[in-house]
Design a protein around this ligand. Structure first.
Ligand SMILES: [Ca+2]
Ligand SMILES: [Ca+2]
Length: 450
């Protein structure tokens, strides 16, 4: 019996094993900011969005900044204009990704927004903040934005329960998508933070700006960073249980500057520190590994990707993962190479099967590489180069059939309700490709025996 026919029999036998269906993915997120009024409306910004799509991002948090006084909110010199915001939202959608719209309001005096305390709180909410948010909500509704954040890090104002609930119900009257709020990970001067906020039930998602310090020293080990994230995850789990909070959680912001002290001061400190990519990459890896195991976690919107596609790189010590080791970590989780993807185009389909059949290594006793069907062992994104057993045999077919198309961080996410579907076709599942393989093998063997 030829090895091809044996291959066919092995496949037919294994087809009786049920293929597990993966959960729908959550958010493979990233934050962007333009830092200028019109920066979102540039070819550079569009290129940055394309680059985000390339690394597997599926949802982009579009940040816009404003400056407030007691009586008005203004654009300021680093606020993105609404027309520029609309432009980048349309562009993100054109690339098949979803949008989180996240306004950030700073204080004209330069004091941190967590300390904002208007002289007349009711007046500010009703006549300053609400009209501003309603303009944003109208834009979000017109552009089919998936998630709108109703505010960012207003620690001192979070106690005004009634004002927030009024604002949220007014926003809901015009915006049909999901709502969140970006709460600080901790109190500021003893006030606010995600744990003390009492109006989460009015929203759809808990949003945390998750700048939890992970260590008290420079250059921590990956192990230490993972332990820290395990503690944080346990704290959030306990808080949800205690408060009866059933909402899923997103990290509306989380990030690490690529510095030796980046995990110690994730909010950024010591701008002149030596660049250090490992601390940033290990912090990304620790978060993604630990948080992927939490069933309430729906994704991180990393702070942040620049609208300059050339930003970042190994000599940069700032937040962006662009061109750094942390970008590779993101790609591993956001764009995993599925088992069976012999030609490394991120999809397992008939072209991979044609490639391995042409290589002809199945049960040949000859050494086989990933591209020739040696798929068992570690996924190539987990260890490059791929570590298999050097052969293409039944074990590789078992590995193929037991894998899910997104065997990764997002495979354990629960489906998100009520999100508008966007027009990116799903790649064919492994079962379909295996059926294609069976037909292909049948045709090849039939032609051979003629
Ligand atoms: Ca492929
Ligand atoms: Ca093998």
């Amino acid at each position: 019996m030829s090895s091809l026919v044996q291959f066919l029999f092995a496949l037919l036998l294994l087809l009786t094993i049920p293929v597990s269906t993966p959960a729908a993915p959550g958010y493979k997120g990233m934050s962007i900011t333009s830092w200028t009024n019109s920066g979102y409306r540039t070819p550079n910004a569009e290129q940055s969005i394309v680059n985000l799509q390339q690394i597997g991002t599926d949802t982009v948090a579009v940040n816009l900044f404003r400056v407030t006084t007691d009586s008005r909110i203004s654009l300021g010199n680093y606020g993105a204009s609404l027309s520029a915001v609309r432009h980048i939202i349309k562009y993100i959608h054109s690339q098949g990704m979803k949008v989180v719209l996240k306004p950030n309001v700073d204080i004209s005096t330069g004091v941190w927004r967590a300390q904002w305390q208007p002289r007349d709180v009711d007046y500010w909410f009703q006549n300053v903040y609400q009209p501003f948010i309603m303009d944003i909500a109208a834009l979000a509704a017109e552009e089919n934005v998936a998630i709108l954040s109703v505010g960012t890090e207003f620690n001192r104002l979070e106690k005004y329960d009634r004002s927030w609930r009024n604002l949220i119900s007014t926003v809901r009257s015009i915006f049909p998508g999901q709502l969140t709020y970006a709460a600080n990970h901790s109190p500021a001067a003893g006030l606010g933070g995600y744990q003390t906020l009492r109006w989460w039930d009015a929203l759809d998602l808990v949003g945390i700006d998750a700048y939890f310090p992970l260590t008290n020293r420079n250059n921590p080990s990956l192990f230490e960073l993972e332990k820290s994230w395990q503690t944080i995850a346990a704290n959030i789990t306990a808080w949800r249980r205690r408060g009866g909070i059933n909402l899923p959680v997103i990290f509306t912001e989380v990030g690490y500057p690529s510095r030796s002290n980046g995990a110690r001061y994730p909010w950024g400190q010591d701008a002149n520190a030596e660049p250090n990519q490992d601390v940033q990459a290990n912090s990304y890896a620790a978060l993604l590994k630990v948080m992927s195991q939490q069933d309430w976690f729906q994704g991180a919107f990393w702070w942040m990707w620049e609208v300059d596609p050339l930003a970042g790189g190994p000599k940069d010590n700032n937040f962006t993962p662009q061109g750094k080791a942390s970008q590779k970590i993101l790609e591993k989780y956001y764009r995993p190479i599925p088992i069976g993807d012999a030609n490394l185009d991120y999809q397992f389909d008939q072209f991979d099967l044609i490639q391995v059949l042409r290589a002809g290594k199945y049960l040949s006793g000859l050494a086989a590489t990933w591209g020739e069907g040696d798929w068992n062992g570690l996924n190539p994104t987990a260890a490059l180069p791929h570590v298999g057993d050097g052969m293409f045999d039944q074990l590789d077919i078992i590995a193929l059939l037991q894998s899910s198309p997104s065997d990764s961080f997002n495979a354990v996410r629960r489906p998100i309700p009520n999100l508008p579907a966007r027009g990116v076709p799903e790649p064919p599942g492994p079962l379909l490709a295996v059926i294609a393989l069976v037909v292909l093998v049948y045709l090849i063997t039939r032609n051979k025996h003629r």
